[in-house]
Design a protein around this ligand. Structure first.
Ligand code: PTJ
Length: 248
């Protein structure tokens, strides 16, 4: 990765950029990943590059959903693998019941395998791929993201997605799954359709989610269920849009 001085005022942002461009060079991410990342940068800038209270609230709801899920799965694409593999390892160490599945929009067997190997090389065990030979498919979409591993997303009751396309989010919700979306754009179809939308930057969210899950392992199930019931995603999205509009 390029040598960016830690004192640079845009150090964090530039570091993420280089993780994505390095991911592209390594074959993990696609060219479209750069555009998706740039769009995220713009929203992050408008959000003041900080974690707002509405994101903390969504993270608490996401944690409650994951901890009480029968079969939670984190869906990983090229951007997530490039930006957050080490953070993802900490998350699955904190909560080993969370499965990780590689699911790609620009699918190729080679890139899917490369991403699986990259995640396994950082230490994440048992990474699944949506392209397994005996895979099952979401009925209502045509993109390669319709594929689901029978041990993973196909069985999942809770799916975490990041930088997701709206069609698959909708198809997952229609398939009866609870979708937790990490998306800096509160207006995206994904953010609008998911049951829990965390409007914040992926690499900030994963460590916060890990800490919340670690705390929630000691929280009683009734309190977690009450937290989920109280959670209002419409209100969270409205506050995120408000923060962008007003610069609050
Ligand atoms: O690896 P593949 O083949 O699955 O390809 C994935 C891409 C990137 C091509 C695909 O997911 C894509 O095109 O994404 P979109 O539709 O551009 O959506 C990306 C969304 O994520 C946008 O709403 C961005 O604002 C948001 N976003 C971008 N970077 C981040 C982000 N949200 C959180 N953290 C980020 N770092």
């Amino acid at each position: 990765m390029a040598d960016i001085p830690k004192t640079h005022p845009r150090y964090h942002s530039l570091t993420l950029r280089h993780l994505i461009t390095d991911g592209l060079k390594a074959g993990l991410a696609t060219e479209a990943a750069l555009l998706a990342h740039g769009r995220g940068e713009a929203f992050y800038y408008l959000l003041g590059e900080k974690t707002h209270d509405f994101a903390h609230e969504a993270i608490q709801a996401a944690s409650a959903l994951i901890v009480t899920a029968r079969h939670p799965v984190f869906s990983v694409n090229g951007n997530t693998a490039s930006l957050a593999a080490a953070a993802l390892l900490d998350l699955v160490k904190a909560y080993p019941r969370l499965k990780v599945e590689v699911n790609l929009f620009y699918h190729s067997p080679g890139r899917s395998r490369l991403i699986r190997e990259h995640l396994e090389a950082v230490g994440i065990p048992g990474v699944l791929e949506s392209c397994a030979a005996d895979n099952v498919e979401l009925a209502t979409i045509e993109s390669p993201r319709r594929r689901m591993n029978p041990e993973g997303i196909a069985q999942a009751d809770v799916v975490v997605v990041a930088l997701e396309d709206g069609d698959r989010c909708q198809a997952l919700v229609e398939a009866g799954k609870q979708v937790i979306a990490i998306d800096l754009n509160p207006l995206s179809r994904t953010a609008q359709l998911a049951q829990v939308s965390i409007v914040d930057e992926l690499t900030q969210v994963i460590p916060l989610l890990t800490a919340q899950i670690s705390a929630d392992l000691q929280t009683d199930p009734t309190s977690l269920a009450e937290r989920i019931a109280r959670y209002d995603n419409r209100d969270v999205l409205a506050r995120a849009i408000g923060a962008i509009r007003t610069g609050a």
